[in-house]
Design a binder for this molecule. Structure first.
Ligand code: FES
Length: 360
């Protein structure tokens, strides 16, 4: 069974090359393969007569015999030898080499009963090797060859590179004006201006920021200083002099003290007596400031229409009572002196108080 071991492609190639190298020597022992080939054919016929099921052995035994070169005939190529070897392998027949080594190679095949052993399906050839062989037979591709043959073939067929055809390229259209880059000097000038503008802006921003911060600190300082001083009401004095009694003519209403002191100084009459008195310029209705109407000889309140006579008695409008008087007296220098800290109301009979008027 060890002799029946399937030979690999490498073994077959080695055996083929060995046979090439020893061509001269092969002519002498060529009788051995013939005899060896004859023996397998006889063994195959014997096995076929014993077992009709083993029909595959018969063509397999006939194949190598048909492909074998006759003694002294033409030399087989490597492709033919490979094909013959594979055909033998597929048929399960022993190779010529194994037959040459063994005296009776067909004996194990004859001994093996075909009925007992199951028929083995033909082993598939490696697809790569099969494709190479098929291409070599069709003449499309060279079959296996030695390195020396390959080098000689490469030298005989120099490689030629096809000349490249020149492709006519149309000229590119001219760039539009907006796509052209600006000239370098102008760009540098612009960049310089931009940098200067940025520096000025940044400087102005910093200056504005520092100015605002300084102003804020200044305001805080002023507020702190104001906080350190107490709040004082700056009011006019309650006692003041308004002039001599002769400065005011009889029947005159002096209005120049209304804005500053809030009073009218009147040289008039009250209950048939000529007096100089100071009327408070505040309406007794809701506190508005009435006006003196010289033509009508009355005080008229603009808010709700209350009217007062020259002596201060109310006569129209919603005012409920007469105007009030301030205290008045003759100072040491002979001037009229007003004291606003003291008031007199007519409805309470206070106008009879001698401090509420100066006899004219
Ligand atoms: Fe003078 Fe009303 S406040 S009339």
């Amino acid at each position: 069974m060890a002799d029946k071991k399937k030979m690999s492609v490498a073994d077959i190639l080695a055996a083929a090359r060995k046979s090439d190298s020893t061509q001269g020597e092969a002519s002498a022992p060529s009788g051995e393969p013939e005899s060896a080939a004859a023996e397998p054919s006889q063994a195959a016929e014997k096995a076929a007569s014993e077992s009709p099921a083993d029909e595959t052995a018969k063509p397999a035994a006939e194949k190598p015999a048909a492909k074998k070169p006759a003694a002294g005939g033409a030399r087989m190529s490597v492709a033919d030898m490979l094909a013959a070897a594979r055909a033998e392998t597929e048929a399960g027949a022993p190779s010529p080499k194994s037959e040459a080594k063994k005296a009776v190679p067909a004996k194990p095949a004859a001994k093996a009963p075909a009925a007992k052993e199951k028929p083995q399906p033909p082993k598939e050839i490696a697809p790569q090797t099969a494709s190479i062989l098929a291409a070599a037979r069709a003449g499309q591709k060279a079959g296996p060859m030695s390195k020396a043959e390959a080098a000689a073939k490469a030298k005989a067929a120099p490689t030629k590179t096809p000349a490249k055809e020149k492709v006519a390229v149309p000229p590119m259209p001219e760039k539009p004006g907006y796509a052209r880059p600006a000239p370098a000097p102008q760009r540098q000038v612009d960049q310089g201006r931009r940098a200067t503008l940025l520096a000025v802006l940044m400087g102005s921003f910093l200056a504005a920021g520092f100015t605002a911060m300084a102003a804020t600190f200044g305001m805080w300082t002023l507020g702190l200083a104001r906080f350190m001083f107490p709040n004082v009401l700056r009011e006019p004095p309650t006692r003041f002099k308004v002039g001599f009694p002769t400065d005011f003519a009889p029947g005159q209403v002096e209005t120049k003290f209304k804005a500053q002191y809030g009073l009218w100084l009147v040289n008039g009459e009250y209950e048939g007596q000529s007096q100089i008195y100071a009327l408070k310029s505040v309406c007794t209705h809701l506190g508005c400031t009435p006006n003196w109407l010289e033509a009508e000889q009355k005080f008229k309140c603009p808010c709700h229409g209350s009217g007062f006579y020259k002596d201060g008695i109310n006569f129209e409008g919603p005012a409920p009572r007469p105007l009030e008087r301030y205290a008045i007296s003759i100072a040491n220098d002979g001037q009229l002196e007003i004291d606003k800290s003291k008031t007199f109301q007519e409805e309470m009979g206070q106008w009879a108080d001698p401090t509420s008027y100066v006899p004219a």
